[in-house]
Design a protein around this ligand. Structure first.
Ligand SMILES: [Zn+2]
Length: 304
């Protein structure tokens, strides 16, 4: 049986290509009879390898060690699906739109950063919105798994580590941005005397394909960059004593502007969504290579 080439990076499905002028409705005709196939970098068609979902979840748990984190949500399988999976889809945030895209792709497992359930304990009564979301998963027999803080923090597959690497910085091993006892962010160093701040802002723009919100209150060159994907603006207070010249996060907070100015740091808010596409997508690619699965990343761009 053919397995995936290591060069196969998985397809990318953007809702922008599929949406109507109102932005949300998926219009591509489903092809329910077509077997899921993918192409290697050389163009060859390969068949995905059906894999027990228990093996995939075990691999994810071994990689990400979610038990280390006191997270805001349950990590791991949130909604059961088929016993065997051939296609894995990845996306940032659970939503009806994302679930419909996964159904079109005939995914057996959808892996996300922000899952359906938050808090501890069983979810409360199911409202109409949750019913609709679950109905899409049940009707298409798609399992849902979510990994949150473990996927920000991972030293290789995490959002922060991947952002550092993509910006040309060397991730440092120093722990940064603790949530309870576990570090969830990272510090990264640019070579030499650092990177000109304007060049850093431009690289962030290019990487995330959107204009970041910048409070340029730091030095002309950034030698050490602190990174906390998502909603990490309050880690400014940790970034200054850690020796950082700038903090890159996703969402700003109103109080962050004056805080950045008073601390003398740049704050770069590059988008919550935009800073959290990297980890889950890399995880999907890793699983595709490990098990011979077909992987698609489902992009539902969000300006926040
Ligand atoms: Zn997030």
């Amino acid at each position: 049986m053919l397995r995936y080439s290591l060069n196969n990076r998985g397809a990318r499905i953007r809702t922008g290509d599929l949406a109507d002028p109102n932005g949300a409705r998926y219009q591509a005709a489903p092809r329910p009879d077509a077997p899921p196939v993918s192409h290697t970098s050389a163009g060859a068609i390969v068949a995905p390898v059906p894999t027990p979902i228990t093996d995939i979840i075990a691999e994810l748990d071994a990689l990400l060690t979610p038990a280390r984190f006191q997270d805001f949500c349950p990590n791991g399988l949130q909604v059961p699906g088929p016993a065997q999976v051939s296609t894995i889809a990845t996306g940032v945030s659970a939503s009806a739109q994302l679930f419909e895209l996964a159904a079109r792709e005939r995914a057996g497992l959808l892996l996300v950063h922000h899952g359906l359930f938050w808090g501890s304990g069983p979810p409360g009564p199911i409202d109409a919105q949750l019913k609709r979301r679950l109905q899409i998963l049940f009707d298409a027999d798609i399992a849902l798994a979510a990994y949150h803080l473990p996927l920000d923090a991972h030293p290789k597959l995490g959002n922060n580590a991947l952002i550092a690497k993509a910006l040309g910085a060397q991730r440092l091993d120093d722990p940064f941005a603790h949530h309870h006892s576990e570090p969830i962010g990272c510090l990264a160093r640019f070579p030499g005397d650092g990177l000109a701040a304007q060049e850093l802002f431009a690289r962030v723009h290019a990487l995330t394909e959107r204009e970041p919100l910048v409070f340029d209150a730091g030095p002309s060159h950034v030698r050490t960059l602190a990174i906390v994907s998502g909603a990490g603006a309050d880690y400014l207070a940790d970034a200054a004593p850690a020796g950082a010249d700038a903090l890159l996060t996703g969402e700003p907070a109103e109080r962050a502007m004056s805080q950045a100015r008073e601390l003398g740091l740049h704050l770069i808010a590059a988008g919550h969504y935009a800073t959290e596409t990297f980890g889950v997508r890399a995880l999907g690619e890793r699983l595709a290579e490990r098990f011979g699965l077909r992987h698609v990343f489902l992009d539902v761009p969000n300006p926040v």
